[in-house]
Design a protein around this ligand. Structure first.
Ligand code: AMP
Length: 196
């Protein structure tokens, strides 16, 4: 597996937040790797500084079975940002703004989507309230989250379960995820584009 590279200065571990991206429909001529790269650019424009980016990974539609039958495969990635001045609600607002920019429509729960953005972990916070659950309640079950997260932070510990990303991924059955390509992004320092 190619290791994703970190851009800019490494942030304090206590500040690190992870956001999952998933997409399986085109939007305005963008699809696949190009759509994920554009989504990462849109996050930066919305004030979410990007410190590190995983590769793009292909995964079968989730959950497996009749609800997602016939949907195209997803491309997924995980990005690291620093909490900085944001609190979890403010980060979620920015993610929802980016989803709207990508024409996200909320239809059936497991419907195909142009862009899905989830807070996987916000600096180790545990939150359970309407509209926000942290860490993401299903992250530990999903190889399309844990495989890219392992590129960035294999020793990341699940704030509730206390287990590392590496251990959680090793425990999952094969879910058919595969690494596709590096992703280009602008790092926290606003420097030149980097490749994960
Ligand atoms: P979906 O895009 O279908 O995954 O659902 C998004 C909704 O889930 C958002 O409007 C949030 O209110 C809610 N939600 C709860 N916890 C999270 C989280 N950790 N990350 C993103 N959305 C969350």
């Amino acid at each position: 597996m190619q290791t994703a590279k970190r851009g800019g200065v490494a942030k304090e571990a206590a500040q690190r937040c992870y956001v999952g991206l998933g997409a399986n429909l085109p939007h305005q001529g963008l699809a696949g790797v190009a759509l994920l790269e554009a989504a990462i650019g849109a996050l930066v424009e919305e004030g979410v500084a990007i410190c590190a980016v995983s590769s793009a990974w292909r995964s079968p539609p989730w959950p497996p079975g009749a609800e997602t039958e016939g949907q195209p495969d997803y491309l997924n990635a995980v990005v690291e940002t620093a909490a900085g001045a944001l609190d979890p609600a403010a980060l979620l607002d920015r993610l929802l703004a980016v989803e709207r920019r990508f024409g996200r429509e909320r239809r059936a729960r497991w419907a195909a989507r142009t862009l899905d953005l989830d807070i996987i972990d916000f600096a180790g916070a545990t939150v359970s309230r309407p509209g926000l659950t942290l860490p993401h309640p299903r992250a530990h079950e999903r190889a399309f989250v844990l495989a890219p997260l392992c590129e960035l932070a294999p020793d990341w510990r699940h704030p509730r379960l206390g287990e590392t990303a590496r251990a959680l991924l090793a425990r999952l059955p094969d879910q058919g995820v595969e690494r596709v390509a590096a992703l280009r992004f602008r790092d926290c320092e606003g420097g030149a584009s980097r490749i994960s």
